[in-house]
Design a protein around this ligand. Structure first.
Ligand SMILES: Nc1ncnc2c1ncn2[C@@H]1O[C@H](COP(=O)(O)OP(=O)(O)OP(=O)(O)O)[C@@H](O)[C@H]1O
Length: 270
């Protein structure tokens, strides 16, 4: 029987937005970054997440990786998961090496295992002596190298890759892609992959998930979802500036929480 790696039902994530004058407490707006999203993903599936800027992809990746909490709904994750994203999960004050140790310690790993992970990271990240420098002195590509290498070395069951390849140089991006293909083809890992490169998503993923305006629009075979999403992007591009503004405003209005139920105040908000 095929096990699901991820089962989510009616999940929502709400953020509090500032108003124009930046008066945070008064006239604050609550906004659905994601609204009533449900899906199931089988173990070993490779899922490309598509959607225009601000549609909710990174929010979903934070929820899937357990970094951020849902406001409502249910979510079941079967296995260890790791997020690979730009600027996430690294402490800028600590050196690369210290970051590996902290991450390992937080996960309750033994010293010997942390040493093995360190060796893997040294090998894959190719950062040389920069491993002994604080991460705040890294370029974005170097941070991506470190983050990617740590997640790979931790060897989770579920990888969530959020735009992480877009800042690495071509050589490193190719190395990561080769490694991810191995994770997909030989190790049967479950992978969520967010990228604005449709060709990359088409080539790498099996299933497509299109999120727009915080809602799940479509989940299907990757080619079908890429075709439908492309059509939507073309439709948007064909609009005049005025039409586009009206369209975007309406889309925004639909995501507002009109009168938030009391229970939302109990939950964590970012
Ligand atoms: N911490 C936060 N506080 C308030 N609003 C947020 C926060 N994080 C994200 N948002 C808002 O939630 C919506 C979804 O953002 P998200 O980062 O998930 O989009 P995305 O699909 O990943 O976009 P992109 O393609 O630009 O990376 C956006 O409107 C964003 O402004």
């Amino acid at each position: 029987m095929m096990e699901y790696a991820v089962e989510v039902e009616n999940i929502s994530k709400i953020y509090t937005l500032r108003n124009k004058n930046n008066q945070y407490k008064t006239d604050k707006k609550e906004f659905y970054a994601l609204k009533d999203v449900s899906f199931r993903i089988k173990q070993g599936d490779v899922v490309g997440i598509l959607g225009t800027n601000g549609s909710g992809k990174s929010t979903l990746s934070l929820l899937l990786s357990g970094i951020s909490e849902i406001n409502s709904g249910t979510m079941k994750i079967n296995g260890e998961q790791a997020l690979i994203a730009i600027n996430t999960g690294l402490n800028p004050q600590l050196t690369g090496l210290e970051n590996i140790n902290v991450k390992g310690a937080l996960m309750g790993l033994r010293k010997k295992r942390i040493q093995e992970i360190t060796n893997d990271v040294i090998d894959f990240a190719e950062l040389g002596d920069f491993l002994y420098q604080p991460v705040k002195k890294y370029s974005s590509g170097m941070k991506s190298r470190l983050g990617f290498s740590i997640s790979l070395a931790l060897n989770p069951d579920i990888f969530i890759v959020d735009e992480a390849l877009s800042v690495g140089d071509k050589g490193f991006a190719k190395k990561c892609m080769d490694r991810m293909m191995k994770l997909r083809d030989e190790e049967g890992k479950t992978i969520f992959f967010i990228s604005h490169s449709l060709s990359q998503v088409r080539e790498f993923c099996k299933t497509g998930m299109w999120i727009e305006g915080g809602k799940l629009i479509e989940i299907d075979d990757i080619d079908k979802v890429c075709d439908d999403y492309s059509e939507y992007v073309d439709f948007m591009n064909a609009m005049t500036k005025k039409q586009k503004k009206k369209f975007m405003d309406e889309k925004f209005e639909k995501r507002l929480v009109e009168a938030p139920p009391k229970r939302f105040s109990l939950f964590h908000r970012k």
